[in-house]
Write a protein that binds this ligand. Structure first.
Ligand code: ATP
Length: 237
């Protein structure tokens, strides 16, 4: 039973697409356990974002069974494209998110201040995000995600906009969250980082799973026992 309780994300997509009967992805199944970091990788247009949208219930057409966070579990979705309210400051966004997650005000304030400090965003806490740089907007999305302390993080390409320092801070926080017991599904194109930090992978190609499992499994599938994730990706996708 313990095995089942460890699963924070259980996804079985028969098929899904953007219009009724439009099949963009099919036969994509995976689970994420407590503490696990699963990398969702694949070439442009392969179906990574469509997979994430399907499991978030955002697609018009989906034959899928998805269980997020188990019974009464919670999740945080960190989108690739920042989504924010034009009229709310960064601090107001954090406050709103904390209220939505039922965080007590004292705990919220302490956590929010700690996160703002960690990401070097204290000086813009009362500014409107419309004037933020791309990386600052992305940091804001990460702050909102980390504030929620969910059972599972669903992160769509976190690395592209972040500078090296922010990347390091992000990875450190993610590690701490995994030690707490959170699971992570992360889609990315940054394969050298993915190879270092993910403990398993789902490689999607043309809307289907081309290979999945640990780096060892991906190497076996590609027939290259010592290859990098990058080279396996190239061979399989
Ligand atoms: N909003 C949309 N409406 C219709 N089709 C879409 C939409 N978004 C994506 N698609 C199609 O779905 C397929 C998978 O795209 P998806 O965005 O999931 O790829 P991806 O793996 O996330 O790619 P990338 O690495 O470029 O972000 C593609 O054929 C794409 O054209």
């Amino acid at each position: 039973m313990r095995d089942m309780e460890d699963i924070v994300l259980d996804v079985a997509i028969q098929e899904a697409g953007y219009e009724e009967g439009d099949v963009r992805i099919s036969g994509i199944s995976f689970t994420v356990r407590r503490g696990q970091l699963l990398g969702l990788i694949g070439p442009n247009g392969a179906g990574k974002s469509t997979t994430i949208k399907t499991l978030l219930g955002l697609l018009k057409y989906a034959k899928a069974s998805v269980s997020i966070g188990g019974e009464g579990g919670t999740y945080a979705y960190v989108p690739e494209q920042p989504i924010f309210y034009e009229d709310l400051t960064l601090w107001e966004h954090l406050d709103l998110s904390a209220a939505a997650h039922g965080l007590e005000y004292g705990a919220f304030k302490e956590q929010a201040e700690r996160l703002l400090h960690l990401f070097g965003m204290e000086h813009v806490r009362d500014d409107l995000p419309a004037g933020f740089s791309k990386g600052m907007k992305q940091k804001m999305m990460l702050l909102l995600g980390f504030l929620a302390k969910p059972d599972v993080y669903i992160v769509d390409e976190p690395f592209i906009g972040l500078d090296p320092r922010a990347t390091k801070d992000f990875l450190r926080l993610l590690d701490a969250e995994r030690r707490r017991g959170a699971g992570v599904l992360m889609s990315t194109h940054v394969l050298d980082t993915a190879e270092k930090i993910c403990d398993s992978f789902v490689l999607v190609s043309a809307g289907r799973v081309a290979a999945s499992g640990t780096l060892g499994d991906i190497r076996a599938a590609s027939g290259m026992p010592a290859a990098s994730l990058f080279d396996c990706f190239d061979a399989l996708a």
